[in-house]
Design a protein around this ligand. Sequence first.
Ligand SMILES: [Mn+2]
Length: 569
Amino acid sequence: MRGRHVSRPRARGEASRPTPAGRALDNGGVSTIYVTGHRNPDTDSIASAIGYAELKRRLDPRHDYVPVRLGDVNAQTAWVLERAGAPEPEFLPHIMLRVRDVMRESFPTASHREPIRRVGRTMAREDLELMPIVDDDGALAGVMTERTLARRYIRESREPTSLSDAAASVAAIVEVTEGRLVAGEEREIAGRVWVLAMAVESLPGDIGEGDVVVVGDRPDAQRRAVELGVALLVTSNGTVPSEEVLALAREHGTTVVSSPLDSYVTSRMVTLSAPSRALMNAEPLTVRPDDVLADVAEEINAMDYRAAIAVDGRRRPMGLITHAELADPEPRRVLLVDHAEEAQSAPGVEQAEIVEILDHHHIGSIETKVPVTATFDPVGSTATLVVERFRQNGMEPTPPTATLLLGAVLSDTVILNSPTTTERDNAVVEYLERVLALDATAFGREMFEQTSDVSSVDADDIVRRDAKEYTVGEGRTICIAQIETVGLQILERRDELQEALERLREAKDYLLCALMVTDILGKNTKMLVAGDPVPLERAFGQELDNGALDLPGVMSRKKQVAPKVLGAL
Ligand SMILES: [Mn+2]
């Protein structure tokens, strides 16, 4: 542990609430495990993430399983979430390490008014190499570092120290010398600091107004200092000047402090009574909690103190990053559901620690550095696997989650009609019908009918909303998008869709880009193609007719299209 805080227990569903301003997503604590489906999330990806996170939280309360989404939810998913009364999972922009994931959140800060001595002592006690200094509003003003403290001693070695660049208050001097005020009043001292060790006749001639004089049990030297008009007389070794000297001091307006320390230590402490702003580095390196660590690491290492302060929007310190936090940080952790393709996963997933994969697709391109529990089980939906896991553990999903999971199974299997449908999907749907006391077929029809109307949806949106990328070697990717409709009226917009498809292909430099227009009740698909059509023509043994392939009976991208296309490439 490096002072990262362990997250508080999270109530069910709480993960999905909007976060307070300034806190992106989550606490970033070490115990967080994100549960995510694929990019361009469909209902199965969203519901499985929410459902599996719910189950994992119950099975493994030591970790904080947070369902997230990698993009906007589609109309169907929004409908199911609404029907379930469940909130949208939070958006996860990437899984790369951020400043907030490693920063030290528990650390002291000091006011710019605090004496240097007090700041230095805190740093020593807390074993800190640096300490943020804040202004009166709590905003970062600078940093005190061990290096600046050390340099002060070297710099001071040859000439009288001056408080002229930062006046010290009498109160601070009393505090730091552990002394007491015996005459005069609170004031700011901005002169030089002298120790009178010489005979009165041979005192340095330039001692004068505004200066501080430290002297022991020597009434003549005390008197002389007052006569020279010094601002502050500090008597060492617990000495208290005579009434006569004190009266003279009052007359001259000289403040007198008695210090229990010897003259050398007292004079040093007087100089360390200056406010920390006098010595701090006033241009510290700042970062934001959501900065990607890799983006700022170089800059941090380039600082002489190899550290940065993470600040919020009002420049208040939120975290410290030193070389200790930069050394070998633990990656963020993620549990993948409903996909195993790097290209379909969260940006930065290659740097993340994948703790588990639960999927019903082919084994994709994801690589892991450590052994991982991975399930690739050919059923109709990931939601089916999630429900089976609940039941194997003798648990039942909460009603909102059960509703989401039912929507997901019916969505992926097109109301148990898709050729990917198995007996296990049927069993899961029967089980959820019992739990929710509803008719699954009616629920599924309503879901598709309410959310399949794309007549008012922009063509670019249609080709992008459920587009999946597949890596085909040599860094090339292809893209197969699918739109599920009731009827094929959408094909009246074929030219418009074709152009949108071409734009998408060019924008992403795909080898080819296809759109499956699938009539879920008519159970057939028209496939529009942009780019090189030959692999598709080869895969399906037919030539493009008017820019499209006619695929009767084809409904499943995963089972009936992707394997053939990937095989033909
Ligand atoms: Mn799925």
